[in-house]
Design a protein around this ligand. Structure first.
Ligand code: HEM
Length: 409
């Protein structure tokens, strides 16, 4: 099977549902391969799935993010291109520094009791919903609200607006998927970006008049005092991207992770009393079932990658979820092993764009998993889970469970 056939298989509905056989085929083909032009790939001529090569490209700041042509004409692309995630130094360094400063140990420490409170409240909701022995949607009652409420509190977004907000996030994420660049999806993403921008401008004006302890208030104050090199437009773009990046990914940490964990009853039984094990489970779930499946970087010059020629400005598709199961780096790569050790997975990326919120979602997982299984030691999946259908952000978006009675303690 050649690499183009592998990609065709991967992008089909069945491939998105279960991409792992296609990634195994990609590894058999080699760590990096040239590919034929495809309608869904703009300027991508090479695909890499080998851990070492993917990591090498991501670590090298000379391999850059590339703006799509005509980005200035589209609200969504203007938004992305004025945020840290989509730009290169020096703008990237400048913007990232502003936000990195806000993820202080003090702020992260203050988040711990907030996470515990949010988790316990959602466990209570699950207990009520499952009290009569009925099914509970783990995504609707736990995996989605936990990160959404934690991040809304951290950033300072009014909770009442979250469901309105989520619809806009979904439209942007649909556009970001590999097959998402249709005119309809672009139009929907443009509209969502415009509405979110207006919403944030109002929030900023409000926080300027009534500051609180939250991140938006802190950033507005820093902006107004001239302490940070950021325009108000850039602040809005970065807030949109920060919240988008923070919660769907963490939703999938929980929803993709639950079936994996339930397949290991010994781990589930040990989790309530073992926070270190919880940390190992979070990392291993993210390796095995990465919420983000691919990234892209453009070559700084005509060069070769693992012997494959890459032209200047040509994009390489970096399959981080495949790299996380590279048999050359992870022995028995499809096996769940929370004590695995070894190289870190690339689920949070690596290098200059390494996930700014990795510590936040790791903390959410480490605190939530022991509490979840302490409360519901007999939790069980009752139906085949359904996936979002996106490969860029791949995750379970419906997961019915029975709570199976709970510990009365
Ligand atoms: C399990 C949860 C998460 C996963 C799997 C994840 C994954 C990633 C990945 C792969 C990147 C690298 C993008 C690239 O190199 O192009 C990234 C960047 C980023 N993430 Fe996360 N993320 C998660 C949670 C979060 C959270 C909770 C936040 C915010 C609190 C966050 C904020 C960001 C930001 C702002 C960036 C851009 C950093 C930069 O470009 O310098 N993420 N994330």
């Amino acid at each position: 099977m050649d690499v183009d056939e592998i990609l065709t298989g991967l992008y089909r509905e069945s491939g998105r549902q279960n991409p792992y056989p296609w990634y195994a085929a990609l590894h058999r083909h080699g760590p990096v391969s040239a590919i034929a032009p495809r309608p869904e790939h703009r300027a991508i001529g090479v695909v890499a799935g080998g851990y070492d090569l993917v990591s090498q490209v991501l670590r090298d700041p000379a391999w850059s993010k590339q703006a799509p042509p005509g980005w200035q004409e589209q609200e969504i692309l203007r938004t992305l291109q004025s945020s840290m995630m989509f730009v290169n130094p020096p703008d990237h360094t400048r913007m990232r520094a502003v936000f990195a400063k806000t993820f202080t140990p003090r702020r992260l420490g203050a988040l711990e009791p907030v996470i515990v409170r949010v988790v316990d409240a959602q466990l209570e909701r699950m207990a009520e919903a499952g009290a009569d022995g009925g099914e509970v949607d783990f995504v609707a009652d736990f995996a989605y609200p936990v990160p959404a409420l934690v991040m809304a509190g951290f950033i300072g977004l009014p909770e009442a607006d979250l469901s309105w907000y989520r619809q806009r996030v979904d439209r942007i994420d649909e556009f970001l998927d590999v097959a998402g660049k249709t005119p309809q999806r672009l139009a929907r993403a443009n509209q969502a970006a415009g509405e979110l921008r207006a919403w944030y401008r109002e929030l900023i004006a409000h926080r300027r008049r009534h500051p609180g302890e939250d991140l938006v208030s802190g950033l507005v104050e820093a902006l107004d005092s001239g302490d940070v090199e950021l325009t108000e437009d850039e602040l809005v773009s970065n807030l949109i991207v920060l919240f988008n990046a923070s919660f769907v990914t963490t939703v999938y940490l929980f929803s993709n992770g639950l079936p994996v964990l339930l397949a290991h009853p010994d781990v589930v039984a040990a989790l309530p009393a073992d926070e270190e094990l919880a940390g190992g489970c979070v990392d291993e779930v993210l390796r095995l079932e990465s919420p983000v499946h691919f990234l892209a970087r453009a070559a700084p010059e005509d060069t070769t990658l693992g012997g494959v020629p890459v032209r200047r400005d040509e994009n390489v598709l970096l399959m981080i979820a495949a790299a996380n199961r590279d048999p050359a780096r992870f022995s028995d790569p499809d096996r769940f092993d929370p004590h695995r050790g070894g190289p870190p997975s690339l689920a949070f990326g690596v290098g200059p764009h390494f996930c700014l919120g990795a510590a936040v979602s790791r903390m959410e997982g480490r605190l939530a998993l022991p509490r979840l299984f302490a409360r519901f030691p007999r939790l069980a999946v009752t139906r085949t889970p359904t996936y979002s259908g996106s490969l860029f952000l791949r995750g379970i978006d419906k997961l019915f469970v029975s709570t199976g009675g709970q510990e009365t303690a």
